[in-house]
Design a binder for this molecule. Structure first.
Ligand SMILES: Nc1ncnc2c1ncn2[C@@H]1O[C@H](COP(=O)(O)OP(=O)(O)O)[C@@H](O)[C@H]1O
Ligand SMILES: CC(=O)N[C@@H](CCC(=O)OP(=O)(O)O)C(=O)O
Length: 301
């Protein structure tokens, strides 16, 4: 049992962060790999509500990659990824939309409302929130960079930021599904990390927190002793180039780069499997996850 004095110390430790973040916007990317059981989901939902009740403006962007993969498998379709992005033919994007908007978005909204917030779900199609264009994946072949068509995968052309700002101003928690719409009316599957990075930059958020299924970034992710607590943009770019950041971690790091370039003060990749990792990241001095920063300070001597 923790003693009352220790409980009070925990609350007092949060005081400078409560003061610092009151009124600011925090974008939370809730990844599909951090949704894997109900207890974890409840923890994340309670953390988001906690942020809201201490005066922070949380914006939730969710993924759902594993559920899309499982649904595609049920329908006899195999998933293929290029640089962390799902190759999406017309049928795949339709299923991705069904899973993301019809299932995951409405479930997160339901849970947030059940635990005491007022949440509103939106996809990129609501009020043309995410205007998208076809993404061309850049892959290296024999030392040459080639552009590859991976189907209805979108890049973000424009975000209707006013929609999210209006919701925040009225006290709602926006819950965003990463589906975009083209000028031609086509539906695009967009990696949720990119949506989170762009929306954090567009809103001038204080913080972007990406919840995933690893502790953070490793120099060699097969070797847990190579964990990195702070990574600069330049270092991250080198790690993508030399292949030590790969697959699903690439969009995350690129989202941090986008957010930092857009003026977001802090970006973090944290372990969504650790109970209340979001609260620990925001309100304690305990270092958690990997912080991606513009520049790293070197202490000499
Ligand atoms: N250098 C690295 N450090 C940590 N994880 C990495 C690294 N490179 C690739 N990864 C992979 O990225 C994964 C996280 O991305 P992803 O599976 O898309 O998660 P999410 O569903 O949360 O978006 C990790 O589980 C890990 O397999
Ligand atoms: C183009 C693309 O890759 N879209 C993603 C969208 C969901 C997502 O981003 O889910 P996670 O955050 O759980 O990975 C996909 O189809 O898996």
């Amino acid at each position: 049992m923790i003693k009352s004095v220790e409980k009070a110390a925990v609350l007092i430790e949060a005081l400078p962060y409560l003061q610092k973040f009151a009124g600011s916007t925090v974008v939370i990317k809730y990844g599909g790999n951090a949704m894997l059981n109900d207890e974890l989901k409840k923890n994340v939902i309670q953390d988001i509500i906690f942020l809201k009740y201490v005066g922070i403006r949380p914006v939730v962007v969710h993924g759902g990659g594993p559920e899309i993969t499982a649904m595609l498998e049920k329908l006899g379709k195999k998933s293929e990824f290029v640089r962390g992005l799902r190759v999406s033919d017309a049928e795949t994007v339709e299923i991705a939309e069904m899973v993301l908007v019809g299932k995951i978005n409405s479930e997160i909204v339901k849970l947030l409302n059940f635990y005491g917030a007022k949440a509103v779900g939106i996809s990129g199609k609501d009020a043309d929130f995410i205007l998208a264009v076809k993404h061309l994946a850049k892959v290296q072949e024999d030392g040459v960079t080639k552009e590859v068509d991976i189907g209805f995968v979108g890049d973000i052309l424009r975000l209707n930021t006013a929609l999210v700002e209006n919701l925040l101003d009225k006290g709602y928690i926006p819950v965003i599904a990463p589906i975009g719409v083209g000028k031609d009316g086509a539906t695009y599957n967009i990696n949720a990390d990119y949506v989170a990075g762009e929306i954090a930059a567009a809103l001038g958020a204080e913080k972007l927190a990406l919840l995933t299924d690893v502790e953070g970034i490793y120099r060699d992710y097969q070797d847990k002793s190579t964990f990195i607590s702070t990574l600069s943009l330049a270092e991250a770019q080198v790690m993508i180039k030399d292949g030590s950041i790969e697959g699903g971690m690439i969009p995350k790091v690129e989202a941090c780069i986008k957010a930092l370039a857009g003026g977001v003060a802090k970006t973090h990749i944290i372990d969504g499997r650790q109970p209340h990792s979001l609260l620990l990241e925001v309100f304690t001095s305990e270092g958690i996850g990997t912080e991606v920063v513009k520049y790293r300070r070197y202490i000499s001597g």
